[in-house]
Design a binder for this molecule. Structure first.
Ligand SMILES: *Cc1c(COP(=O)(O)O)cnc(C)c1O
Length: 397
């Protein structure tokens, strides 16, 4: 454990497939909204592991639940039952639309489950299989979710695409209507496009998609992998809209750092699955991961998380509007809850770097967008600190 930074970077270069940027800080510990790198430099984290550690790094309730479960029963496989999974399924079902859940390990895998459900349902309902998805969407890195991800750069050279996906334009209801064929079985959409550039769906768009699905007998599948678990100020982002989906996927913040994901189906759709045949997962929903999930749901009940998201979202947006007025480089500020995007054009990379040097971690999204995903427990003081750093960074570009 006493390797130097140089030694670790050399191991990266020699033994790690270069899928990521290995020149970034090497992180060693974190607590709440703060994270420290190998040189002892402290950062205010407005990325939270891409909205994974949403309740704050090493949240005591979650860390304790993991520690206890780790010395009791970590895994027994889904050949057997465990006591945590069904309790977590009920907690999430109660906090959403009363559906049934399947646990998985990643966002892509949860989306795959929804896609398989749509095909099963389409097969049973007139032999249909096409799914409509939207330009600049992001649904994951597996082959089916890549085909649903309408950002061509992510699958360059990996063709042929998995068939059965058609593209429409996000927030353009007429384009979705035009994409429906006699083969369409479902529409897959993010309530707020995250990776694509932080674009919230408009109310007429999402409500219109619901009506379109009812009219054409299609399933409405919402990818809540990034928006789920309180990120937007509601437990799930669809709850801001007067509509109910047929299925949702969730992942990032479900285990506050432990890999845990799920898809939830309208109860009657669960009958499409036969035990041991239709779908499965070795690790999915194991006792350790679901212990973390239960602790997360308990935190939502006991720690007034959603209230803080709504208050701090308002405060952060006010402070960002103040920056907007001071810096011409800001073209737009948008988002929902504590999932906010600042459109800055070509200066985005320089801004991220200069914030990092000054001790603030932020993300990018889409084209020229700075993405802020602070802890759902972020404080006014932390926001003030982040704004001061952003203000200085913006003044330099
Ligand atoms: C991150 C993300 C995914 C992919 O999740 P993984 O856990 O990386 O597979 C899918 N959909 C959305 C909306 C995401 O933000």
């Amino acid at each position: 454990m006493n390797l130097t930074e140089e030694q670790i970077r050399s191991l990266y270069g020699d033994y790690m497939i270069p899928a990521f940027n290995f020149s970034m800080p090497i992180m060693v510990r974190a607590s709440g909204s703060e994270i420290w790198d190998i040189n002892g430099k402290r950062y205010l984290d407005f990325t939270m592991g891409i909205s994974v550690c949403s309740l704050g790094h090493c949240h005591p309730r979650v860390s304790q639940a993991i520690a206890e479960q780790a010395s009791t029963l970590m895994h027994c496989s889904n050949v057997f039952c465990n006591v945590n999974g069904p309790r977590l399924a009920k907690a999430i079902s109660d906090a959403s639309f009363g559906g049934k859940l399947f646990f998985a390990n990643s966002g892509a895998e949860a989306n795959e489950g929804m896609i398989k459900t749509a095909r099963l349902w389409g097969t049973a309902n007139g032999g249909r299989h096409e799914i409509i998805c939207f330009r600049t969407s992001f649904h994951g890195r597996t082959l089916a979710t890549l085909a649903a991800t309408r950002q061509p750069k992510f699958r360059d050279g990996m063709e042929p695409d998995m068939p059965g996906f058609r593209e429409a334009i996000f927030n353009d209801l007429e384009s979705a209507r035009a994409a429906v064929t006699d083969q369409t079985c479902a529409i897959l959409v993010e309530p707020v496009q995250g990776e694509g550039g932080v674009f919230p769906a408009t109310v007429p768009f999402l409500v219109g998609l619901r009506k379109l699905c009812d009219e054409k007998n299609l399933l409405l599948l919402l990818d809540e992998v990034q928006t789920g678990m309180g990120r937007t100020g509601a437990m799930f982002a669809y709850q801001h809209y007067p509509m109910t989906p047929d299925a949702i996927s969730m992942a990032k913040a479900m285990g506050n750092g432990i890999p845990l994901a799920a898809f939830e189906l309208r109860k009657d759709l669960a009958d499409l699955f036969q035990p041991g045949i239709t779908h499965g997962s070795t690790f999915g929903g194991n006792p350790l991961a679901t212990a973390a999930g239960l602790a997360v749901m308990e935190a939502f009940r006991e720690e007034k998380i959603l209230e803080n998201v709504r208050q701090m979202s308002q405060y952060l947006q006010e402070r960002l509007q103040f920056l907007h007025a001071r810096h011409a480089v800001i073209r737009d500020i948008r988002g929902l809850g504590l999932m906010l995007g600042i459109e800055v054009g070509d200066s985005v990379a320089e801004l991220v770097k200069s914030c990092r040097e000054a001790g603030l971690l932020v993300l990018t999204a889409g084209k020229g967008v700075l993405r802020l995903l602070p802890s759902l427990k972020v404080t006014r003081e932390e926001i003030d600190k982040a704004i001061a750093i952003l203000d200085k960074a913006l003044a330099k570009v």
